[in-house]
Design a protein around this ligand. Structure first.
Ligand code: DP6
Length: 361
């Protein structure tokens, strides 16, 4: 599959009036991590994520009439303000998908977007941002050109397009759990787009993710930079094998409802991600002392109390505490009285298993 599998058409006449579409699209948290890629976000290993619920981006994309054709013309608004820094990444992305959406050079675009979560909170904003934008592009394509796709084709195309913007974004197009990257353990899985994991034990559809904010400061090394440190990494080959096995084992654990295997694999992935950062050439560390204290406490408490809690980490210092609905009260008490008790930020975001993007206009 290539961009030419999604052939687009130009507008046959000049756009007469503005056309807008709006989508809400969630972020996701990786349980098996995507870390390392080849050209244009093709992953070096399969990853598996849970779509979140409360952390989402709302995006409105408007196509406006334009007299002369040319390169992409974008007016970008983030949180109600014109934003040029992120706007440049978006323009580059839009220029890279003009073969899928040839009308991009025939209209002027206005993009208005905002997030329901603070920047640098340990939630992948590029995942929700690029999935929302990809959905808007696919919807506008239907409106402007009358392209008709069924629901499955539409989501697949949006996932493919989102991947070109940010790898992890392609996993946000579906409810619940998603795999991106070829895995023998899941029929239909692909490096080009994400697929829904449909065989999930009900216990995992009640999964909670409370993000314990250690710091909301900008991280010193971006994910894109982190991916590039996997090129020539001394442990690259072993990592690809490990992620492939972890994906298969996690799929099995989630099918059968095996919480112990789930906990073991999820924490193994979080530790591995950060170990890979530390052991890369020019190694770096994104965990803070407070991150280490919290994750050590989570492991101790699990041993002491038998609660089914575990952690995962994104490429940053904030801790995602994962737990199940039936233990919500005990876990809440633990967060307040123990995990965040001496924490300066004392900030948390309570998120959970999400149902996927929603068209809002
Ligand atoms: C650690 O998707 O942000 O969150 O493709 O360069 O945009 P780009 O990277 P990005 O990387 C996410 C890395 C991760 C793990 C994951 O989400 O799987």
């Amino acid at each position: 599959m290539t961009n030419s599998d999604f052939p687009g058409s130009e507008l046959t006449s000049v756009l007469a009036e503005p056309v807008s579409v709006s989508w809400q699209s969630p972020s996701n948290i990786a349980l098996v991590k995507y870390w390392g890629k080849t050209w244009r976000q093709l992953p070096v290993n399969p990853s598996l994520s849970m779509t979140l619920s409360k952390a989402f981006t709302e995006t409105r994309l408007t196509a406006l009439p334009r007299i002369t054709e040319g390169s992409v013309e974008l007016d970008f608004w983030f949180e109600g303000k014109q934003n040029t820094a992120f706007g440049e990444r978006i323009i580059k992305f839009l220029q890279s998908v003009t073969d899928i959406f040839p009308w991009l050079s025939q209209v002027a675009l206005k993009l208005e977007t905002h997030n329901t979560f603070p920047h640098s909170a340990g939630i992948a904003s590029s995942a929700s941002a690029f999935s929302a934008l990809a959905l808007c592009l696919c919807s506008l394509d239907m409106e402007l050109n009358g392209v008709l796709l069924d629901e499955t084709e539409f989501r697949q195309k949006a996932s493919y397009v989102a991947r070109l913007g940010s790898g992890s974004a392609c996993r946000s197009l579906f409810p619940g759990f998603t795999v991106w990257g070829k895995s023998k353990a899941l029929a239909g899985s692909s490096d080009l787009l994400a697929v829904l994991v449909s065989e999930i034990h009900p216990v995992f559809t009640k999964l909670k993710d409370t993000i314990l904010i250690v710091t909301d400061k900008e991280k010193p090394v971006s994910s894109s930079e982190g991916h590039s440190r996997m090129i020539g990494h001394p442990f690259a080959e072993a990592r690809i094998k490990q992620a492939t096995r972890n994906t298969a084992d996690l799929l099995e654990a989630m099918k059968t409802g095996n919480k112990n295997d789930f906990i073991r694999i999820v924490e193994n992935e979080a530790f591995t991600l950060h170990a890979l950062m530390m052991t890369s050439d020019n190694g770096f560390m994104l965990m803070h002392p407070e991150t280490v204290r919290i994750i050590s406490r989570i492991q101790e408490i699990r041993k002491e109390t038998g609660l089914d809690i575990c952690f995962t980490l994104d490429a940053g210092p904030n801790v995602h505490l994962l737990y199940f609905e039936d233990q919500i009260e005990q876990v809440n008490k633990l967060i307040v009285e123990d995990l965040l008790k001496n924490n300066e930020q004392n900030m948390r975001i309570d998120d959970f298993y999400g149902k996927g993007p929603v068209k809002i206009g």
